[in-house]
Design a protein around this ligand. Structure first.
Ligand SMILES: [Zn+2]
Length: 297
């Protein structure tokens, strides 16, 4: 693990313009704000716990988004998100199993699994990690990029490591790490991360996603993040490049307190539509909304 080659820091490449008007890139002020309000991101106990599980067999619960009647994405979308998420999840399963992890799949075929069912599976493995695989979609074809979500503070190192590798390894733009109260992240009692592996409505990213070797690359990078989760530096660092021993904690945008009107403006339409169908894996957009959405899926 420690000998992995250095990666460049994940940051927006000026040549890969993020054209999505809704995108706000992570800024240090966002992080400082959260850090000071929360009184520091990591406790000593958390750091100790994180370092202790290396060496023992770790269980990873892999959650392929959508499935069955729930295709994912927006209405009329050509590529079914559920097929891409399952393929990446199955590749990830193989990579992690080969690295000695115990892997549990919330689904391993084209079936519908409720959000409650997914969470129940995850929570039945109290020492596990939970990784949800999704692809994004938007009405505007130009929207693109990789984003990684987490909710609980103990999930941030895992989110940082996964995002660091996936966004660093993918040619797509970096939409950053984001904290948001999605149901599957909020209701799980274990470190939980949701990766949006690119926009299937973006012609370039859709072409990547349809390429098996690219999906393998995504799986490899997510696995690298899982393996590297305990090497995430303990504080926001100014280090611009990871050393063999450490992965920089990623700055993130806290979207848990975004005003409702703002959130709706920035909402991608597929999520609204998915919520109507009670089939989205990500129905809970905020604590307020979540209360009424807990039964979904
Ligand atoms: Zn999805």
């Amino acid at each position: 693990m420690a000998r992995r080659r250095s990666y460049r820091l994940v940051r927006p490449n000026p040549q890969k313009t993020i054209s999505d008007a809704d995108t706000i890139l992570p800024t240090p002020s966002v992080c400082r704000q959260f850090t000071s309000r929360a009184g520091g991101i990591f406790s000593t106990a958390q750091a100790k716990r994180a370092s202790q599980d290396s060496g023992s067999v770790t269980t990873v619960v892999i959650d392929a988004g959508h499935g069955g009647h729930d295709r994912g994405g927006i209405p009329g979308q050509r590529i079914a998100e559920k097929d891409m998420t399952l393929d990446v999840a199955q590749r990830l399963k193989r990579v992690l199993a080969a690295s000695g992890y115990r892997v549990v799949m919330t689904r391993d075929s084209d079936v519908f699994v409720s959000l409650g069912g997914r969470v129940a599976i995850a929570n039945s493995y109290p020492d596990a990690l939970f990784v949800c695989i999704h692809f994004n979609s938007a009405k505007r074809m130009g929207a693109g990029g990789i984003e990684t979500y987490f909710y609980s503070r103990e999930s941030l190192p895992l989110a940082s490591a996964i995002h660091y590798f996936v966004a660093g390894g993918a040619p797509s733009s970096n939409r950053g790490v984001r904290r948001r109260g999605y149901y599957v992240l909020r209701k799980t009692n274990i470190p939980a991360v949701l990766v949006e592996c690119g926009f299937l409505t973006n012609p370039t990213e859709a072409a990547y996603a349809q390429n098996a070797s690219y999906r393998q690359k995504l799986a490899d990078e997510i696995a690298a993040g899982v393996r590297g989760r305990n090497s995430v530096s303990n504080a926001l660092t100014t280090t611009r490049v990871a050393t063999g021993e450490s992965i920089p904690l990623q700055p993130y945008i806290d979207q848990t307190k975004v005003a409702k009107s703002e959130r709706h403006r920035s909402k991608r339409s597929h999520k609204k539509s998915a919520r109507r169908k009670k089939s989205s894996s990500k129905p809970a957009e905020s604590k307020t909304k979540a209360a009424s959405k807990d039964q979904e899926g």
